[in-house]
Ligand binder design. Structure first.
Ligand code: MLT
Length: 267
């Protein structure tokens, strides 16, 4: 398994990524404000898929030279990177913010999608309370850095059972947040706030879809994901037991099984 990081220089960004494994290309897109190492527990899937695991522009080891990272722009950078490494079609698997990017990817580049996996995410846009909270959080990160954000988010990212069982995973996620660039974190908050409501798009999605929810997810509740799933013509819904918002690393064996089952269903 060659898990060495590679770099791809584009006009406006440099993408750090992993590319290894055998099978249909599976693009794993991380959540906010994390990086590609949140998918470390999915590396065994390389026996079933060619895994493409980038740091999004401005996160992890990827850089972005522009001034504003709207979700459309991030998706454009992903497409330019896929073009550069000559990958035409992918199964797009995004968690939370990665899922918001998935809706956008479908909207703008559906011909590049072989399947769509929405993990711990939602189709709806933000209500006014969440919008206001994002503006305050963006301002606070710009002024005070990311430490406060890490402590505010961690209790909500993991199920309480995971805080007890997997303290080293919680510590790893804390480190991911602390190492992120405050300005890019602020921009990502504002980009998520500006995203459209994708609920009306769901019935038009023609590629096979998988919804993966976390049993104890407080941020994107399982019931809301199940309701989203019912709107998509060809979709399955899986709830990962004993996990919160970060199901891939809270319960990797159940999560990975869901992705293998999806491949067997669609390929
Ligand atoms: C994420 O995990 O990517 C975020 O919780 C998404 C959000 O803030 O809506």
């Amino acid at each position: 398994m060659n898990t060495e990081v590679q770099f791809c220089q584009l006009e406006r960004s440099k993408i750090a990524y992993l590319d290894f494994g055998q099978g249909p290309p599976l693009l794993l897109v991380h959540g906010f404000p994390l990086n590609r190492s949140m998918w470390d527990w999915q590396h065994p899937l390389s026996e079933h898929y060619r895994l493409l695991i980038p740091d999004l522009p401005g996160f992890g080891e990827s850089s972005f030279s522009g001034t504003e990272l709207a979700l459309e722009e991030t998706v454009k950078q992903i497409i330019q990177w896929l073009d550069a490494i000559e990958v035409e079609k992918v199964i797009f698997c995004g968690l939370s913010m990665g899922g918001y990017l998935g809706w956008r990817f479908w909207k703008d580049y559906h011909q590049r999608l072989g399947g769509l996996i929405a993990c711990n995410t939602r189709a709806a846009g933000d209500n006014p309370t969440v919008l206001r909270a994002r503006q305050i959080a963006a301002e606070s990160v710009r002024q005070n850095g990311v430490a406060g954000l890490a402590e505010e988010m961690l209790p909500r990212l993991f199920a309480s059972i995971s805080h007890d069982r997997h303290p080293s995973r919680v510590a790893k996620v804390r480190q991911m947040i602390l190492s992120s660039d405050p300005e890019r974190v602020a921009q990502a908050q504002l980009a998520m706030a500006a995203r459209p409501d994708a609920t009306d798009w769901l019935s038009q999605i023609q590629v096979p879809m998988l919804f993966i929810a976390g049993q104890f997810d407080q941020i994107t509740p399982s019931a809301e994901m199940q309701a989203n799933c019912q709107c998509v013509p060809k979709a399955r819904w899986v709830e990962i037991p004993e996990s919160g918002h970060l199901s891939p690393l809270e319960n990797p064996s159940a999560f990975n099984k869901a992705l293998i089952d999806f491949k067997n269903w669609v390929i």
